[in-house]
Design a protein around this ligand. Structure first.
Ligand SMILES: [Zn+2]
Length: 684
């Protein structure tokens, strides 16, 4: 028996014992007002409480409330699981023990040792992939506050082979969720599993279900696929969009989304001085490509006494003449120079003291050349028009619309390959494949292959881990060019539902954070474009937001508030079932390509299976626009037979892996279209 036993730790007993109340063999003993229970023995006892307040107090204290009978009008009754010691304490507080409710095996005097916790399988699924069998389980313990509970799952196959593995406790936002383990390699299909805990609890024996247990229709012979032969930059994607529009004019419109992005552009900056000693950062107000790259800046000693701080900008050289004292000694500080330049040339330059250089004497330095630091030479330096493909036989809004969009996060290079492969298949097979023709006659498909082209250009040319867009909202020392790879807004944290600005978890107000949410909801062109497209086409009923990596398939809610882990509203039970049933179809279609099985533990609401993502696009589309909105994380972990482990694939895997992802997830998108068609057909 645990020495850490508390009110809360006995919750399991409540469930077990309460269950027995409904058992045919369970009777209720004759009422008694004299309940006698040994100090450490446990029993289920019906109490009459002095008032409601005491009931509320007991709940708040974590009392083990088995039932709340309302059999006696005007009286506050409660069935509590108590030890003899707790019973005495309750009586001392004015409660009257009116009845001992016997367990199946006897009365209060003979209390069987009860399991300390109750275990419940939340999931038990098996599947095959590459000729191997895997099992994944989630188990919840009722001893949810006890961080030391250890849970072990035991499996058995048809031939009697058995084995076991431990689960790990999963907490989120400080709240216990469940115990889970990575999928386990098994020698064969498991026919039963059970769980035991270190507190003595045992679960019911469960027969694991097959996952996802859904198979897409076969692709007919002659079906065309595989239109992807390399990673694609935004420029490549634009060319592909143009080509598709030319090739299939009867099936495609190209939509120019309304908010042009900043473009692959940055302001030009230089250190005036040595950042390791003392320096001021001078930055252009306009972008470097607007004539500011190459401008020089320097400080000079005027070589005369009592000279005021001054500056001149001539022939693309900014010369700052430092102030001197009566003896001709330079007396300007870094702060003086930064403030002076910003005030004197507000339209042209801004300057700030490099972090760590505040209050230092300004050195004679330069000339230094301002530069935007961008390495890409093939990328146009102008605002970018983000484009969408609108695909369908009838493109007038009368058909159910399906929206898919990719590369909100710049570094996720495989994601546009998925959506473009999907577009190509729809278009190439329309003329020859009856199923494709049926789909494009009954739905319209909207595709934004790259939501965040500026960030993507930066990822391809400058910093491959770039996640955000290129808009720099930082001020002051956070604009130091040394921070260049941390600037930008996380497009998928900039939407208007469940946002950081609303107090939800998973976005940041720090401009250097990887999840910086921007200056306001929809402050960015990229996120505004997705919403604008969806709002302009109210026939869009389904959406899929394609990210990488990890192998997830998710829906709302995607965010919660930290205090109490309050999520955005949960879908109804019916709608949750629709999400789950459709997810099985789509996961099944993904698996058809190379037996990549998205794990059941990674299939579900974002907030449950991944993390809280405040202000993400799918929540905006679902809650604000009523769209059935899903999210992919393509790039599932791969089973490594040599190490018996799962290996992550990353954002920019070797192309062969990215290519395989494009094929299997395009299969998943095709199933989404079938889901949309079936839903449309089912509606009146
Ligand atoms: Zn992403």
């Amino acid at each position: 028996m645990s020495t850490r036993r508390r009110w809360a730790a006995t919750a399991a007993a409540a469930v077990l014992t309460a269950g027995l109340l409904t058992h045919p063999g369970a009777g209720v003993a004759a009422p008694t007002t004299s309940v006698d229970l040994a100090d450490t023995a446990t029993a289920l006892v019906r109490f009459r409480l002095p008032d409601e307040a005491m009931f509320r107090d007991l709940v708040a204290e974590g009392a083990d409330v088995a039932a709340r009978p309302r059999t006696t009008p005007g009286q506050v009754m409660a069935d509590l699981v108590v030890t003899g010691r707790q019973l005495d304490a309750l009586v001392a507080r004015g409660a009257v023990a009116v009845q001992v409710i016997p367990t199946q095996s006897g009365g209060a005097r003979r209390v069987a040792p009860l399991a300390e916790d109750t275990l419940q399988f939340l999931q038990a699924y098996w599947w095959s992939s590459g000729g191997r069998t895997f099992l994944q389980t989630q188990v919840a313990t009722s001893a949810s506050d006890d961080p030391d509970v250890e849970i072990t799952v035991t499996w058995t196959t048809a031939d009697g082979t058995t084995g076991s593995f431990p689960l790990s406790r999963f907490e989120d936002s400080g709240e216990y969720q469940y115990h889970v383990a990575l999928p386990q390699r098994l020698p064969a299909r498991p026919i039963r599993v059970s769980a035991t805990s270190s507190l003595g609890g045992t679960s019911r024996v469960i027969t694991p279900a097959a996952w996802p247990n859904a198979t897409p229709p076969p692709q007919p012979s002659g079906y065309q696929r595989d239109f992807i032969d390399a990673y694609m930059t935004p420029t490549d994607i634009s060319a592909r969009i143009r080509r598709l529009a030319r090739q299939y004019p009867n099936l495609v419109d190209v939509l120019n989304l309304p908010n042009r992005t900043q473009g692959y552009r940055r302001t030009a900056a230089a250190y005036l001085g040595d950042p390791a000693a003392a320096a001021v950062v001078v930055e252009s107000v306009k972008f470097g490509d607007q004539g500011l790259n190459g401008v020089q800046v320097r400080t000079v000693d005027p070589q005369r006494p009592n000279s005021p701080l001054g500056a001149a900008y001539r022939d693309r050289v900014l010369t700052v003449s430092l102030a001197t004292d009566a003896g001709g000694k330079v007396i300007s500080s870094t702060d003086d120079v930064a403030a002076f330049v910003s005030a004197r040339y507000p339209q042209r330059f801004r300057a700030f003291v490099e972090d760590g250089s505040a209050g230092l004497p300004m050195p004679v330095a330069g000339p230094a050349r301002l530069d935007d630091g961008l390495e890409g030479t093939e990328v146009p330096r102008r605002p970018w028009t983000v484009q969408a493909l609108r695909i369908g036989a009838v493109r007038d809004g009368s058909r159910t619309g399906v929206l898919t969009y990719s590369q909100e996060h710049a570094r996720e290079w495989a994601t546009p390959l998925v959506t473009l492969e999907f577009a190509e298949r729809l278009l190439a097979n329309y003329a020859t494949d009856a199923e494709t023709r049926s789909l494009l006659n009954s739905v319209e498909v909207f595709i934004i292959p790259t939501v965040n082209p500026d960030g993507a250009n930066y990822s391809f040319n400058d910093f491959n881990f770039q996640r955000k867009n290129l808009v720099n909202h930082c001020t002051g020392a956070a604009r130091d060019p040394a921070r260049r790879d941390s600037w930008g807004v996380d497009v998928n944290r900039n939407y208007a539902v469940g946002s950081y600005f609303d107090g939800y978890v998973g976005g940041s107000g720090n401009c250097l954070s990887g999840t910086y949410s921007g200056t306001a909801e929809l402050s960015e062109a990229e996120s505004s474009n997705v919403v604008a497209l969806a709002e302009a086409h109210p026939n869009i009923g389904f959406s899929l937001n394609v990210h990488s990596y990890g192998g997830y398939f998710m829906w709302s809610p995607g965010a919660y508030k930290a205090a109490g882990r309050i999520t955005l509203p949960r879908p109804s039970i019916d709608e949750s079932k629709y999400f789950q049933d459709s997810a099985r179809r789509i996961v099944g279609a993904i698996a058809a390509s190379r037996e990549t099985v998205t794990w059941p533990a990674y299939t579900g609401p974002v907030a449950d299976v991944l993390y809280s993502a405040a202000g993400n696009s799918a929540d905006h589309l679902y809650y604000d626009l009523g769209i059935v909105a899903w999210n992919f994380e393509v790039g599932n972990d791969r089973w490594n037979e040599a190490t018996q482990n799962w290996d992550g694939v990353g954002f920019q895997p070797p192309f062969d892996e990215a290519h395989a992802e494009s094929q299997e997830y395009a299969d998943g998108l095709m199933e989404l279209v079938r889901v949309a068609r079936d839903r449309g057909a089912a509606l009146p």
